[in-house]
Design a protein around this ligand. Structure first.
Ligand code: FE2
Length: 346
């Protein structure tokens, strides 16, 4: 909108046209048209704030001009002129989007007031639209920033997790690859028991770092080939708590803490660190516990060879309700989990 608001006066009679022009010319930029057709052509070439339209013109009906003018510029405010103020014509004009109507002969104050109102309303609408456009642009920009931030976080996250896994592998040579296998098994298991899909990714990540606390256990103990002394066993059993201390300060890992802390709890309550029982242990930790055991059984250890799949199944059955959640064991045994494992280990 320019400095002065622009008004278009459309009337086939010179008298009223001039009367309106005289009232408005000092405050506004005023243009005039003598018929509907030239009014519409002016409107399609130039931007006006308010149009004052005679309801009765020889070439076109004022209501039709109003409708077409609104098609050209939906924000244009239109005031109708009528010589005989019938409620029905006024109503019809307003129903078609006119702001108001003026009765001939004009009252100066009425004219000024209605034009001011039209300009104010147009400005409001324009400002409103502009705000919406600005908001849309801001929203788009924010959405792009959030997307980028998410990618950055994922990138940092992946880097952090890789560093943590490398740290575990460094202290615990012979379990190299264990974290990733446990994570894969956990996902298979979670699918076999219809664990909520959206939580599987989180569980997968929790499983990968479940043994992170081993970083805090003396490597000498972790690598020891013989049986551990009572004291050494106590040390090793601290790893879930150490894991929570390591991962605890990382905000995006907060949800993983219960899985890390409780992956050595037993269903019968004889596990550690808290001796939780049955469903007191979060489901994620019960799943990781089985995946962890399955991978341990399928791996060679200095003191024993790897178990066969049949032996692993038998062990799971034997420990069903003891070390492991019996419902998870039976769901697992009746699922295709072992077929996948068998394919994986060849
Ligand atoms: Fe562990």
């Amino acid at each position: 909108m320019g400095e002065k608001a622009k008004i278009l006066i459309v009337d086939d009679e010179l008298g009223p046209r001039e009367a309106l022009r005289m009232i408005l010319k000092d405050r506004y930029e005023v243009r005039v048209a003598g018929d509907g057709t030239s009014a519409l052509s002016l409107l399609s070439r130039e931007k006006f704030d308010v149009a004052i339209l005679d309801i009765k013109m020889p070439d076109r009906d004022g209501i039709e001009v109003l409708r077409l003018a609104k098609e050209i510029d939906r924000d244009l405010e239109v005031v109708m002129i009528t010589a005989y103020a019938t409620v029905s014509t006024a109503r019809e004009a307003i129903r078609h989007g006119a702001l108001d109507y003026l009765i001939k002969p004009f009252d100066k104050t009425d004219v000024e007031r209605v034009v001011e109102r039209g300009i104010a309303r147009r400005l409001d609408r324009e400002t409103g639209r502009q705000r919406i456009r600005e908001l849309e642009r801001t929203t788009d920009r924010l959405a792009r920033q959030v997307e980028k931030a998410k990618m950055d976080i994922q990138h940092h996250y992946d880097g952090t997790v890789k560093a943590l896994i490398a740290a575990i592998d460094a202290v615990d040579h012979y379990t190299r690859g264990h974290s990733e296998r446990v994570s894969n098994f956990t996902v298979r298991l979670a699918e076999a028991v219809s664990f909520p899909r959206h939580q599987i990714v989180l569980l997968q990540q929790a499983a990968i770092v479940h043994d992170i606390g081993k970083i805090g256990v003396e490597g000498r103990i972790l690598r020891k080939r013989g049986t551990l002394t009572q004291e050494e066993l106590q040390e090793v059993r601290k790893h879930p708590q150490i894991g929570v201390e390591i991962v605890g300060p990382v905000p995006f890992m907060a949800e993983m803490l219960p899985v890390i802390l409780h992956h050595h709890e037993r269903y019968d309550g004889k596990g550690f660190p808290e001796g939780l029982k049955g469903e007191e242990i979060v489901l994620g930790a019960r799943l990781v516990s089985i995946a962890d055991a399955v991978d341990a059984m399928l791996s060679d250890r200095p003191y024993r060879r790897a178990l066969t799949l049949e032996e692993v199944k038998a062990e799971l059955e034997r420990e069903s309700g003891g070390q492991f959640d019996p419902q998870l064991v039976s769901a697992l045994l009746s699922s295709e989990f072992f077929q996948h494992v068998s394919d994986q280990i060849g």
